[in-house]
Design a protein around this ligand. Structure first.
Ligand SMILES: *[C@@H]1O[C@H](CO)[C@@H](O)[C@H](O)[C@H]1NC(C)=O
Ligand SMILES: *[C@@H]1O[C@H](CO)[C@@H](O)[C@H](O)[C@H]1NC(C)=O
Ligand SMILES: *[C@@H]1O[C@H](CO)[C@@H](O)[C@H](O)[C@H]1NC(C)=O
Ligand SMILES: *[C@@H]1O[C@H](CO)[C@@H](O)[C@H](O)[C@H]1NC(C)=O
Ligand SMILES: *[C@@H]1O[C@H](CO)[C@@H](O)[C@H](O)[C@H]1NC(C)=O
Length: 891
């Protein structure tokens, strides 16, 4: 599969040249594992590696003696610190504290659970700190964010997170809240199976429609997603693929964790029978057995028997026992029928049969368990099982591709995705009372039945005079103990708006509410307006007919028939608006979205926007304040950790510096640079300071501040510095001297030749490049340089290596440079072109701009040959530049 991903990359990641390109992160947040992928122009498209170059990260966060750990580091601590390591949090994401889900979670988790103010699950650490599930997941998201940022070399903000398709709004809210707390921004949520389908379609072309089932058996659930792949253009397969989810079957309770649970029960029974003690009384022992159960289960996937062995499980007892696959399978016998059931449910939902299915793709770790795989094979036939998808990574890669297509910054293969909502969503409201005393009658409409396409909007029309409220409910229980009321949206300002319309001549104005099932699966009122036709045309007549004048209460209802609301807008391009609403603080309507545009069919004066106030009486998404608070709690930990890391680093650096200094002092070899270049007294002073520092580090190292570690090092470095300097000077001296002598020599050579030429030219009455005065000047510079050099080189020769040098190599270089500059100025000079009076040339010692112009006016001559005299020195310095110019301009 890896190979085909590479191909994908090449073909679909032609990037748009924009300066604002941002990368897209995808996270497949599972119960056991986190997988992430980063889509960034210029980076190979692959899963993100963790710090140990692993392709998946254990979904855990924990504390060990106050130090926070993630992934495998945290999971490894689970049995030592059962109350401080949190795992399988996805299991209780958005779950009501009083639900069966939480009871089941408590069977395998040793965490102390508490109820939050939002009636969801909180987890308590041994030090009493409490965290919401969202906060603990946010920590893991932020850990992934950091990995991604290290890989990207820039900030990463946009994320797509996979969720099981059966996730209710409460659970989806929890995911989005965690994303926001972590500092990421929700681009979209995508259902796991749909993500696999996207990944599958990216590397394939479909010439005819095909149906495939994605069978995903994970840690906490089994989901079968039936997907159709249809070519967008029947004539050209390369036009793109339309991926459409046709039906989904799921089981929220049967998954790897349940199997682990059964396995642990086997081990518990064995232990209890053998040792006549109840291991369930020992938290740490149970945590160890939980880990062991997973290990034994994995062994039994490939073997028919396994030996379980845990040293010092509890009460100092070493546990050892043999488990057979048969025993395991019989402990799971009641589950057998459940493994394949989601496939049948998905087929039913789609109205298809197995004959219509091309293949069944297996994904998720639990599909490795033989009894699960066998159940699927038995149900669909072994020949339908496709093993050509990457069971672990295709969801996250698909999510990344989906994110890339949403962000519009990547040129991806043309793929259109239509997903569905799985839960029947009803909207209800009270009919307007016919008389003030009559009991209000409640009217309920199945607004988004199971199987409704996501990204769908439906508009309901109400004949109302006053503000009223829409109640959103799941028609059926999502899971035992979960609430059904999703949200209540009050539409306000009705009377004023209607009055206003009536005043302007509208007859029987109405209220229209647009309800949305977003691409990410959130239900909300996306817009509400008062609407009336000012001109009395046929539509008003129609409305009148529909509502029968609106006089009686029973006529109040609005939407035509239950399943076919008056107007439905479905548009894939509305994905933007749905995702933005899902990521907004409260998934209530955002003022400006695509819906508004669509409604412009009606002339503007005829509609007045109404205010919608949405409340969440059951499990509410976190409020802005709650999220801010959570974020600052997390940030405080991050800052604390960063400060601690800085201190650790300062301490380690000081420590290794001290050891290095000690080694230098202890060096037996007197020719070693440090020894050679230092005085006895200096070494003694350093040694004393060094011992002080060692003592200080030992006594106070644990309570010292970061700055103290730095100060200690800086003061020692100050003592070492002159010694290092001497050594560096000794090292640099020969080269500096060579350089000085070379310019000395070159200048001498030049002068000799130039003087000869000058004489010859004078005699032949030819123009010369230099005057005698100029050459005399150069000679003086040379002599100055020479005598300085002679004097100080002599002095330097008598300086001992452990004494400070009397001349610095930097000064030698600077002086050589002066000579070089003087030489080059004359050397680069061009020959004057005519027999101009010499006086003229003398008059212009520096070739300034006007002089150049004059020179250029002269008859062209071949440029001077540039060899011999030029010392092949590397630093052909910029200072020469202006001088070469005139000559070259001539050409
Ligand atoms: C499904 O298969 C049945 C029987 O093979 C066939 O009649 C039907 O047209 C197929 N449906 C689709 C949507 O392909
Ligand atoms: C009512 O109508 C007037 C114009 O007739 C307009 O200026 C005013 O803003 C309207 N009020 C509302 C609430 O729309
Ligand atoms: C001086 O430099 C020249 C040319 O770079 C080199 O050949 C020669 O070996 C050097 N002499 C010393 C003493 O560095
Ligand atoms: C400078 O060069 C001249 C001639 O090449 C030489 O006699 C003299 O010793 C040199 N001086 C130094 C300090 O190298
Ligand atoms: C001296 O003149 C000769 C012959 O014209 C020429 O090749 C040489 O470069 C001149 N030397 C200098 C230092 O200009």
């Amino acid at each position: 599969m890896r190979v085909s991903y590479c191909w994908t990359l090449v073909s679909l990641l032609a990037l748009v040249p924009q300066s604002t390109l941002a990368s897209v992160l995808a996270i497949d947040y599972g119960t056991d594992w986190i997988k992430a992928s980063l889509m960034k122009p210029g980076l190979p498209f692959d899963v993100l590696l963790n710090k140990d170059s692993k392709r998946k990260i254990q979904a855990s966060v924990g504390w060990k003696h106050g130090e926070r750990l993630f992934g495998g580091d945290a999971a490894a601590m689970a049995s030592r610190f059962p109350s401080d390591v949190f795992t399988s949090l996805k299991y209780v994401e958005g779950a009501p504290y009083n639900s069966e889900t939480v009871v089941n979670y408590a069977k395998f988790s040793q965490s102390q659970l508490v109820e939050t103010s939002r009636t969801t699950v909180g987890l308590k650490q041994s030090d009493g700190r409490e965290w919401s599930v969202e906060e603990l997941i946010a920590m893991q998201f932020s850990y992934v964010k950091q990995l991604a940022e290290e890989a990207a070399g820039e900030k990463v903000r946009d994320v797509v997170v996979t969720v099981p398709p059966f996730f209710s709004q409460y659970e989806r809210d929890a995911v989005v809240d965690a994303i926001e707390i972590s500092g990421l921004r929700t681009l979209a949520l995508i259902n796991d199976g749909t993500a696999v389908a996207v990944n599958y379609a990216m590397t394939r072309t479909f010439t005819t429609p095909e149906y495939h089932i994605i069978y995903d058996a994970g840690a906490s659930s089994i989901v079968a997603t039936l997907v159709s792949f249809t070519p967008m253009d029947a004539k050209s397969a390369s036009a793109g693929t339309h991926i459409s989810v046709a039906g989904v079957g799921y089981d929220r309770k049967t998954g790897g964790l349940e199997l682990d649970n059964r396995m642990r029960q086997i081990l518990v029974d064995m232990f209890n029978a053998k040792h006549k003690k109840d291991i369930r009384e020992d938290k740490k022992g149970m945590a160890k057995l939980w880990k062991e159960a997973g290990r034994v289960k994995a062994i039994l996937s490939a073997n028919t028997e396994a030996t379980s062995s845990v040293e010092s499980l509890a009460w100092d007892i070493d546990f050892r026992s043999k488990v057979t696959r048969t025993a395991f399978e019989s402990a799971c016998s009641d589950l057998k029928g459940k493994f394949a059931q989601p496939i049948y449910d998905a087929l039913n939902a789609a109205g298809l049969t197995l004959d219509n299915i091309t293949s069944v793709l297996l994904v998720g770790g639990t599909t490795r368990t033989p009894m699960v795989q066998n159940a699927v094979k038995a149900a669909v036939g072994a020949e339908k099982i496709a093993l050509n998808v990457n069971a672990d990574e295709s969801p996250v890669l698909g999510a990344a591709l989906y994110g890339a297509s949403l962000s519009r910054q990547f040129k991806t293969k043309n793929i259109k995705v239509s997903d569905i909502g799985l839960h029947d969503v009803e909207v209800s409201y009270f009919a307007a009372a016919s008389t003030p005393l009559s009991r209000p009658r409640s009217i309920t409409t199945l607004i988004f039945p199971s199987g409704s396409k996501t990204g769908t909007k439906k508009t309901l029309t109400f004949k109302r005079k006053e503000d009223f409220t829409l109640f959103f409910d799941y028609k059926h229980l999502i899971a035992p103990g979960y609430p059904q009321r999703i949200a209540e949206s009050e539409i306000t300002g009705v009377a004023e708006a209607l009055g206003n319309l009536t005043e302007r001549g509208a007859v029987d104005p109405v209220v229209k509410a647009t309800l949305m099932l977003s691409e990410s699966g959130f239900v909300s009122v996306s817009e509400a307006v008062a609407y009336g036709e000012i001109k009395d045309d046929s539509l008003t007549g129609k409305l009148k007919g529909l509502f029968g004048g609106g006089s009686s209460a029973s006529e109040e209802a609005t939407s035509s028939s239950e399943n076919t609301p008056p107007r439905e807008t479905e548009d894939a391009s509305s994905s933007e608006s749905s995702t933005s609403s899902s990521s907004s603080v409260v998934p209530s309507p955002s003022a400006s979205d695509a819906a508004a545009e669509k409604k412009k069919v009606v002339s503007k004066e005829d509609t007045i926007k109404l205010k919608v106030v949405t409340t969440f009486p059951t499990i509410a998404p976190m409020t802005v304040d709650e999220k801010k608070q959570a974020r600052s709690r997390l940030r405080a930990i991050d800052l604390e950790e960063a400060a601690k890391n800085r201190k650790d680093e300062a301490r380690n650096t000081l420590e290794s510096y001290l050891y290095r200094m000690r080694d230098l002092l202890d060096d037996e070899n007197n020719d070693a640079p440090f020894k050679k270049c230092s005085k006895e007294s200096e070494r003694a002073a350093i040694a004393e300071k060094l011992e002080d520092s060692f003592t200080w580090l030992h006594d106070r190292g644990d309570i010292a501040e970061t700055s103290q570690f730095l100060d200690k090092r800086i003061s020692l470095e100050a003592m070492e510095k002159p010694i290092i300097h001497r050594y560096q000077e000794i090292e640099a001296f020969p080269q500096a001297l060579n350089n000085s002598q070379m310019w000395n020599w070159s200048t001498r050579l030049f002068l000799t030749e130039a003087r000869q030429n000058l004489t010859a030219e004078f005699e032949a009455d030819l123009p010369s490049k230099w005057t005698k005065e100029e050459l005399d000047g150069l000679e003086k510079t040379l002599k100055d340089h020479e005598s300085w050099l002679n004097e100080w080189v002599e002095k330097q020769k008598s300086v001992k290596p452990n004494e400070n040098p009397v001349i610095e190599t930097t000064e030698m270089k600077a002086r050589a440079k002066v000579l070089e500059t003087s030489l080059m100025r004359l050397y680069k000079r061009k020959v004057p072109k005519s027999r101009k009076p010499k006086v003229n040339i003398v008059a212009e010692p520096e070739p300034t701009a006007p002089a150049e112009a004059e020179a250029e006016a002269e008859v062209p001559q071949p440029p001077p040959v540039e060899e011999q005299v030029v010392p092949e020195k590397p630093d052909q310095d910029q200072t020469q530049e202006p001088l070469t110019k005139p000559g070259h301009d001539e050409l």
